[in-house]
Design a protein around this ligand. Structure first.
Ligand code: FES
Length: 143
């Protein structure tokens, strides 16, 4: 029996909602503690979750709006995005992604591939899904 093909790592931006991470993901706290090691994670990107970094549906409560469309001038030429990905939560700041991953909008119209990325988790970036350092101004407390 042949082995199943390795799964591509994909982060899908749900319109007006969380990051959906599917593949081989390890989620780390700023101290390096493993918060999750899962094939599917729903991570808050609105900044309002009471269970951060996980989405708890608060994006609906606060009326978070993002069409999930983006452009990425730093797209990399990766043939595939298989392998291990770590996501580290920076205190009061971004998610730091290390490892091969496809990042895409829910409708598939916006797509990029990266081996490194800094993704917004405060909801305030003007360049979502990427961090533009707006977390310094928005005042969200993010563990
Ligand atoms: S994106 Fe769902 S609670 Fe923030």
């Amino acid at each position: 029996m042949s082995k199943p093909a390795p799964q591509n790592n994909i982060i899908t931006l749900r319109t007006d909602g969380p990051l959906i991470c599917q593949g081989s993901f390890t989620l780390l706290s700023v101290d390096g503690e493993v918060l999750a090691h899962e094939e599917e994670l729903y991570l808050c990107r609105c900044g309002a979750s009471r269970k951060a970094p996980f989405c708890d549906g608060s994006h609906k409560r606060i009326g978070f709006v993002d069409d999930a469309q983006f452009e990425d001038e730093r797209c990399e030429e990766l043939d595939e995005t298989c392998g291990q990905v770590t996501i580290t939560c920076r205190t009061d700041a971004m998610y730091v992604i290390k490892g091969p991953v496809t990042i895409q909008s829910e409708d598939g119209r916006s797509v990029t591939r990266r081996s490194r990325a800094a993704l917004c988790r405060c909801g305030a970036s003007g360049k979502k899904p990427f961090c533009d350092t707006s977390h310094k101004l928005c005042g969200h407390i993010l563990d």
